[in-house]
Design a protein around this ligand. Structure first.
Ligand code: FES
Length: 338
């Protein structure tokens, strides 16, 4: 174990050679800033003042040439090779709700949801403790680096963790999960992580905006809200966008949302009509952020937003809400994975 002192914070933590600075800090209850945990967002940048770290991914896209010139590192991609003194601006909003832990998990079942999305259920000996909307890091045999996937399930004492995962062309993580893993096999789950979790104390109606496998955390959030006593009288608007009709999962899956069709209203749209050559799609055609804008109109400022999906969809939705319609960013929750 190495000792990591955080400059000007009066705090320090221990980090083993096999852990990253970010995750060791969070495990110790230190508010190290982060979002994605996998080298894509840049939130975990820090400076080494003394000591040495080893980078797991020197070309991580989150570090710009300017960051490299300034000697900045990523907490989620750095392992210590000595005691260190580091400089990082701690952010109390990143304080873990539940202590992140690495644990063994056994795959219990696999279920097809769309042509390229499957639900994977894992079981752990420990309780599944997390806030709806959070994600875990899956360490998969033969796949370099962990993969971040959100739970679509609820916290539970039985240790059940369900993930809704989309196959990514040439994605090594999803390839392993879709083509190799079988029920009974074990992997390591590490977490929970993530800041775009359900805020049960905010007295506003909820809008969920999902694209692709961004559906998973939003199903978890919408389900938690539907069950929550404080939300009994509130409606939840659930938007889901896909490229073609085959990307939109059927009602049988979405009926898992309690109250669907009554308190939860569901809106889906497709953005690539060429992917519907036989004109089977009867719903709206366009980007999902356009559906949100069109349906909520001048009430856009009234809601609490949870957004998850591919980077272009997330960017377009943020641009529409925060820039075009001046929705306060405090009311928009998302984790950046780009
Ligand atoms: Fe490290 Fe996103 S948390 S780059």
């Amino acid at each position: 174990m190495y000792k990591i002192v955080v400059e000007n914070s009066g705090t320090s933590f221990e980090c083993g050679e096999e852990d990253t600075l970010l995750r060791a800090a969070l495990r110790a209850g230190i508010a190290f800033p982060y979002e994605c945990n996998v080298g894509q967002c840049g939130s975990c940048r820090f400076e080494v003042l003394e000591g040495e770290v080893r980078s797991l991914w020197a070309e991580a896209p989150a570090l710009t040439p300017r960051d490299h010139r300034k000697g900045l590192k990523l907490g989620c991609q750095s392992r210590p090779v000595s005691d260190c003194r580091i400089k990082v601006r701690l952010d109390q909003s990143c304080l873990p709700l539940f202590q992140p832990l690495a644990r063994d998990a056994e795959l219990v079942s696999i279920r097809d949801v769309t042509h390229d999305m499957r639900e994977f259920s894992f079981k752990t000996a420990e309780q599944a403790r997390f806030a709806p909307g959070q994600y875990m890091l899956l360490h998969l045999p033969g796949v370099p680096g962990p993969r971040a996937y959100s739970m679509c399930s609820q916290p539970n004492e039985e240790g059940e963790w369900r993930f809704l995962i989309k196959r990514v062309p040439e994605g090594k993580g999803s390839e392993y999960l879709f083509d190799h893993i079988r029920p009974g096999q074990k992997i390591t789950l590490d977490g929970p992580y993530g800041l775009a979790y359900f805020r049960e104390d905010i007295d506003r109606e909820i809008v969920c905006v999902a694209g692709g496998s961004g559906l998973a955390p939003l199903i978890s959030i919408a389900t938690a809200a539907a069950y929550h006593p404080a939300f009994k009288e509130r409606r939840i608007r659930f938007f889901f966008g896909g490229r073609g009709p085959a990307d939109i999962c059927g009602d049988d899956y979405l009926r898992l949302l309690p109250g669907f069709g009554d308190r939860i209203t569901f809106h889906s749209s497709i953005s690539v009509p060429e992917m519907d050559p036989n004109n089977m799609w009867v719903g709206p055609v366009g980007f999902i952020h356009e559906s949100v804008e069109g349906l909520l109109g001048d009430k856009l400022q009234d809601y609490e937003y949870y957004i998850a999906g591919p980077p272009p969809m997330l960017q377009a939705t943020l641009q529409m809400l925060a820039i075009k319609h001046k929705v306060n960013v405090e009311h928009i929750h998302f984790d950046r994975f780009f």
